[in-house]
Design a protein around this ligand. Structure first.
Ligand SMILES: NC(=O)c1ccc[n+]([C@@H]2O[C@H](COP(=O)([O-])OP(=O)(O)OC[C@H]3O[C@@H](n4cnc5c(N)ncnc54)[C@H](OP(=O)(O)O)[C@@H]3O)[C@@H](O)[C@H]2O)c1
Length: 131
């Protein structure tokens, strides 16, 4: 079975995104910076499959260090995952991508941050039990 994982960060109520960015982007708090650093650390050298908006939000310096794959709704999840035998694959979101790929994920790494503000994208707990 392919090694398919997720690393994501949420606010106190499951907030994931706002206007195409992280809702807490630019927050200088220690836990926010540590979370971003940890994400780039753990995904380095691996495959990251995500929707076009999430891929577009990646900084240029992070692109050569991982295999970024932008997926569309016309792609077949099984076929996309099958392109990378033997690789560790992270499903990077956003929500429609997690909905479509959740059934393949065997490791969820969710950091809860102390963010309490607005968002337009939220985690759906049903992803964790998608079969
Ligand atoms: N907090 C976190 O850890 C975290 C992580 C990732 C993203 N985010 C946030 O989430 C937001 C971006 O997510 P988003 O959903 O707006 O945009 P997105 O990343 O572009 O993902 C959604 C798009 O993925 C495509 N897609 C690919 N495969 C699909 C499938 N099988 N079924 C349905 N759609 C599929 C669709 O594009 P087409 O319809 O064009 O094919 C869909 O519009 C940003 O705010 C970002 O910061 C947060």
């Amino acid at each position: 079975m392919a090694d398919v994982r997720v690393i994501c960060a949420i606010g106190r109520r499951g907030q994931l995104g706002l206007d195409g960015r992280l809702p807490w982007e630019g927050n200088p708090g220690r836990e926010y910076k540590a979370d971003v650093a940890r994400f780039f650390d753990l995904t380095r050298g691996h495959v990251l499959i995500a929707g076009p908006r999430t891929i577009a939000s990646f900084p240029d310096w992070a692109r050569p260090e991982r295999t970024l794959v932008a997926v569309r709704s016309s792609d077949e999840p099984e076929e996309v995952i099958g392109r990378f035998p033997g690789r560790v694959i992270f499903i990077g979101g956003g929500p429609p991508v997690w909905s479509a790929y959740a059934r393949f994920v065997m490791h969820w790494d969710v950091t809860k941050l102390p963010y309490d503000g607005e968002a337009d994208r939220y985690l759906d707990p049903a992803w964790l039990t998608a079969g």
